[in-house]
Design a protein around this ligand. Structure first.
Ligand code: NAD
Length: 488
């Protein structure tokens, strides 16, 4: 069949950085670049080396210093998977790149290809937009007592605004009618509560897009059962980490999904699978995951028309039963092909639309306005007390309270003692389990400051208490900025 001439959207080539990676990486990168170049992608590619060979030169994060210059210059990184060396002393390249270059949004489209790839969810077509930098992923952890460890969950207003706005802008640019937010704000009213509040605020700026919020547990259950009711989903980091893998898996093949890591300055595009070393060098691997990463890249750099052309040709190829070994199925597939032949089959179909699967339509000149808006006025912050956490192995709440009541706490008063978030004094429940980690809350109706914290800490320390941390209690514009203990 005669192919349409290649569409050239822009005469100017967009600079990108390309890494061929390890294992099957070079083969799937070759195939991907062949398809998108034939589709008309205008790219000025600079190649860098990452992964095994770099690790083996003793560079602990798998990327040479000189490669950062290329990433900062081009701001766009198409990356094949790498093999992470076994053993200690090595750092994750992905985490290093994501954190160093501030890639705050992880975007993962998950669409099923029924009946060509088996799935229980033939109508599924959703995109997970995961916050990529905050939440418990700061990795700020402490062991505080013999029995108790903690991990700090940080959710910021600017971080939440940025990811939620990205999700709405993505929905608008990609003609997706709904954005759903998942949080657990019935429990984490302050952290997840902020994320939800920001979602509701920003949703008002997008009256053309439907919005809804689900508590993450029932939302996740619904997504695993009836994913077709969702469209774009936005959520904090941890939920997004787990649920984006679930979503990819239930489309029927993790091997076909790509993902984007988006930052204000630099963005990275890749397959979600690894380097599959056992399949390397045999012309066996399916290039579709990286190809989907490349489609996200083309859309991101304003070459959506090329992405649409390549994507529709790929859908037609899948529909025509031209499959690599990993999705080949007797009775459904027509021809089992290698990596190169699969790429050639897609190239042959450029200009064609799928006949059974829905054709895709990319925004042609979408401009995503993710710039931060001016911050509102600062809230009036008032210091009203302190939680003092102690390591007290053989204590009971009444004896702790009795000892604390004898101390000079400035103008503050001991109001509650809790153990792992549950109130144990005053009027605790005898059935509550006590660990060796106690929180003693002092509150003041009058003026209170860090000096009063110091007074309380000094008095407690002199009395022999082992203080493992203090946490300031504040109100903001008169609203309490701290949680109550369960049972309070
Ligand atoms: P993997 O994703 O490489 O492979 C898992 C299974 O899927 C294997 O059976 C493999 O043969 C198959 N598979 C994966 N991609 C395929 C493709 N494109 N076509 C056909 N079959 C495919 O996971 P793994 O084996 O756990 O990890 C291998 C290496 O990849 C490890 O060193 C791991 O650390 C690394 N890894 C890298 C990345 C990345 O660079 N982003 C991500 C995940 C894993």
């Amino acid at each position: 069949m005669e192919r349409e001439p290649v569409v050239t959207l822009t005469a100017k080539k967009t600079p990108i950085t390309v890494a061929y990676g390890d294992g099957i990486g070079p083969e799937i990168m070759d195939a991907t670049l062949r398809i998108i170049t034939e589709a008309g992608a205008q790219l000025d590619m600079q190649r860098i080396e990452i992964g095994e060979s770099v690790y083996s030169r003793g560079i602990s994060n798998g990327i040479e210093d000189s490669s950062w210059d290329s990433l900062r210059r081009t701001k766009v990184f198409l990356k094949a998977p790498i093999t992470t060396p076994q053993g200690g002393g090595f750092k994750s390249l992905n985490v290093t790149v994501r954190k160093t270059l501030g890639m705050y949004a992880n975007v993962r489209p998950c669409a099923s290809l029924h009946p060509y790839v088996s799935t229980k969810h033939p109508k599924m077509n959703l995109v997970i937009v995961r916050e990529n930098e905050e939440d418990v992923y700061g990795g700020i952890e402490h062991r505080q007592t013999e029995q108790v460890t903690q991990c700090l969950k940080l959710i910021s207003r600017p971080g939440s605004e940025r990811i939620v706005r990205y999700a709405f802008e993505y929905a608008r640019a990609n003609k997706r009618p709904k954005v759903t937010c998942f949080t657990k704000d019935n429990i984490m009213k302050i952290t997840d509560g902020l994320f939800h509040k920001v979602f509701d605020e920003i949703a008002k700026e997008y009256p053309d897009i439907e919005n809804e919020h689900w508590i993450v547990d029932i939302g996740a259950a619904k997504m695993a059962d009836t994913p077709e009711v969702f469209d774009v989903l936005v959520m904090p980091n941890l939920y997004g980490d787990v649920l984006s893998d679930v979503a990819a898996q239930i489309t029927g093949s993790v091997g076909l999904a790509g993902s984007a890591n988006i930052g204000d300055h630099c963005s990275m595009f890749e397959a979600i699978h690894g380097s599959a070393p056992r399949r390397a060098g045999q012309n066996l691997a399916n290039p579709s995951g990286l190809f989907h990463g490349a489609l996200l890249m083309l859309s991101h750099i304003g070459q959506g028309e090329i992405a649409e052309r390549a994507h529709n040709a790929w859908l037609r190829t899948i529909e025509d039963g031209i499959h690599t070994y990993d999705i080949y199925k007797e009775g459904v597939s027509k021809e089992k092909v290698g990596t190169k032949e699969f790429a050639s089959a897609v190239i042959e179909r450029l200009g064609q639309l799928p006949q059974h699967l829905a054709p895709v339509e990319y925004a042609k000149d979408a401009h995503m306005n993710v710039a931060a808006r001016a911050a509102g006025p600062r809230a009036a912050k008032k210091h009203v007390g302190v939680d003092v956490f102690i390591d007290f192995p053989d204590g009971n709440p009444d004896s702790i309270a009795e000892r604390l009541s004898k101390l000079d706490a400035g103008g503050a008063k001991l109001t509650v003692i809790s153990n792992r978030g549950t109130k144990v004094w005053p009027s605790g429940n005898p059935d509550t389990f006590w660990s060796d980690h106690w929180s003693c809350r002092f509150e003041s109706k009058n003026s209170f400051s860090s000096r009063d914290v110091a007074t309380i800490v000094a008095a407690m320390s002199d009395a022999g208490f082992d203080i493992v941390k203090t946490e300031g209690l504040y109100t903001f514009d008169g609203s309490r900025g701290y949680s109550l203990a369960q049972g309070e």
